[in-house]
Design a protein around this ligand. Structure first.
Ligand code: KG4
Ligand code: ZN
Length: 348
């Protein structure tokens, strides 16, 4: 029997330089160097700063990943890299590095989709993904519901956010509550001491008329504005802002909508498996609520451990290994970076 493919994955689409090494669905190394602290004072990722940081982190991160996995570059069967979507300059650094390594070591290159990698990473935690599955993808830049019939060939988008992504809403609400960037983790923590039912914040695109046109779409911009208005009203009245209750009630609105729509997609398509990926999947309330409600409907929820939800190289390696195992042909060394790569394109 031939062994599972040994694949090295490189991720540089945003502010994390991630290099992961997997053998099939087994995780051997997952090294992440983040430039998040360099962006924190700007309240968002500064593309030029991120590109420079990727360049500086690439070689040491690669060395650490190879050492952790106990392999040499010459041992790997393929190199996978995020080709998009993401910040153009940041993507270019990872893609150029991957091409250099692939060319120097004569390895096939797989230029892959970051969003599909957020889905594939779950295989490192829970083994091969039962297909078809519904994927709920919630990150700083994207919020989508996908029908995954064959991840190696592509995914079908069922719906997506029509304005802010879920992670973006966390980041913006955190900012108005005076919390640091990225806002997901501090809101998650603050919400633990608050009451999610304290304030009835709106659930976007869940009314009967909206559902007719946007059943599997999301909208978080109205929620963000509602939180801002609520906080402003308190401040104007000279009353203290109950930060924990605001955080918990905001979080409840986000998670309620995400889980309701994801389970609706499972039921509508007769699907038993829901996989959740992307940075917001690290959220403790989202994980708990999804499990609690899915269990009632006999649906199996798969969410990887938090460290694999936020951006990393292991997710790219996991997708690469899946593509190699499925016999997909590699990309050419001329594969471009595509900052707006559609989720339907898994491999360039
Ligand atoms: O997937 P990711 O690491 O990068 C993108 O591809 O965008 O997602 C980053 C997003 C940020 O908006 C961050 O605030 C959010 O994920 N996030 C969280 C949590 N951890 C990270 N949101 C809610 N709760 C968390 N625990
Ligand atoms: Zn991501």
């Amino acid at each position: 029997m031939t062994s599972e493919p040994l694949v090295l994955g490189i991720e540089t689409s945003c502010d994390e330089t991630g290099i992961g090494i997997v053998r099939g669905t087994e995780l051997l190394a997952d090294v992440v160097a983040s430039s998040v602290e360099e962006h924190a004072r700007f309240g968002g990722v500064v593309p030029e700063v991120a590109s420079r940081a990727h360049l500086e982190a690439m070689l040491p991160t690669m060395d650490r990943a190879l050492r952790t996995a106990g392999v040499a570059l010459s041992d790997v069967d393929a190199i996978a890299v995020t080709a998009g979507p993401g910040l153009a300059g940041a993507l270019l650094v990872g893609l150029a590095a991957a091409k250099g390594y692939a060319f120097a070591a004569s390895k096939p290159l797989y230029a892959v989709n970051h969003l599909a990698a957020h889905v594939a990473v779950d295989t490192l935690e829970h083994g091969p993904l039962p297909e078809p599955a519904i994927a709920l993808l919630v990150s700083g830049g994207h919020s989508s519901l996908l029908l995954v019939e064959d991840l190696a060939r592509g995914v079908n988008p069922l719906g997506a956010t029509i304005d802010d992504a879920a992670g973006e809403a966390y980041d913006k609400v955190a900012r108005l509550l005076g919390m640091p960037f990225p806002g997901g983790p501090p809101i998650d923590r603050a919400a633990r001491g608050g009451d999610g039912a304290a304030i009835a914040f709106p659930r976007g695109l869940t009314g009967p008329r909206e559902l007719a046109a946007h059943r599997f779409d999301f909208s978080f911009s109205g929620l963000k504005t509602a939180v801002a208005r609520w906080v402003e009203a308190r401040e104007r009245a000279g009353e203290p802002v109950p930060v924990a209750d605001v955080a918990a009630s905001f979080q409840e609105a986000v998670c309620d909508v995400l889980v309701t729509k994801a389970l609706d997609a499972c039921r509508t398509h007769g699907i038993q498996t829901l996989v959740i990926g992307g940075g917001v999947a690290a959220n403790s309330r989202l994980r708990a609520l999804a499990e609690e409600r899915a269990a009632r409907h006999g649906i199996d929820v798969r969410v990887p451990r938090p460290k694999l939800c936020t951006d990393n190289g292991a997710m790219v390696a996991a997708l690469g290994a899946h593509l190699v195992a499925a016999g997909r042909p590699p990309s050419g060394l001329d594969a471009p970076a595509d900052s707006a790569l559609p989720v339907t394109t898994v491999l360039l």
